[in-house]
Design a protein around this ligand. Sequence first.
Ligand code: ATP
Ligand code: MG
Length: 186
Amino acid sequence: MRIGLFGGSFDPIHLGHLIAASEAQRALGLDRVLFVVAARPPHKTPVAPDWARYEMVLLATAEEEGFWPSRLELDRPGLSYTVDTLREARRLFPGDELFFITGADAYRDVLTWKEGHRLHELATLVAVARPGYPLDRMPVPVVPLLVPEVGISSSEIRRRLKEGQSVRFWVPRPVEVYLERHGFYR
Ligand code: ATP
Ligand code: MG
């Protein structure tokens, strides 16, 4: 099988993530895309609790063939390093081909990640385009993937919710309803 691991805080998950994931699935012929919810990223602290970010990913992927939420990082104690996630994924899926997918912005400082220079030995690294972040001159070998540029970010969604504005069409409808119920970002 060809398995994609889409890493992110998903704080909250939005259509930019889903469009990127589905384009990657199609372009690379992936049998599965696992949305790996970051538990404790070394460089930032998520706003919504782990369980809520996971539940929103579950809601957003539930109806999509081949999309799965993943607790790979949530269930591991300590900081969430991508290198550990990829090593664990190789143990869990021996014989499968692994692709690590994330936005072009994230790769810009990949060399500051733990063992960032050798991540490409563990999985094919895929960089999806994001407005404002060119796909060339990546610091490590990556497969660049052009996707429709969607200027949606979780930080902008959090800002809008804080100001009481709508995020309709920015997140899947079940996630919008979930956010109305819980109000993590108010
Ligand atoms: P924040 O604003 O809190 O950083 P985010 O929107 O960047 O949130 P993340 O959870 O950090 O979301 O994103 C996970 C991965 O998805 C990142 O590698 C990011 O580059 C990518 N990504 C996020 N939004 C988009 C988008 N609109 N288009 C393409 N890639 C995206
Ligand atoms: Mg981000």
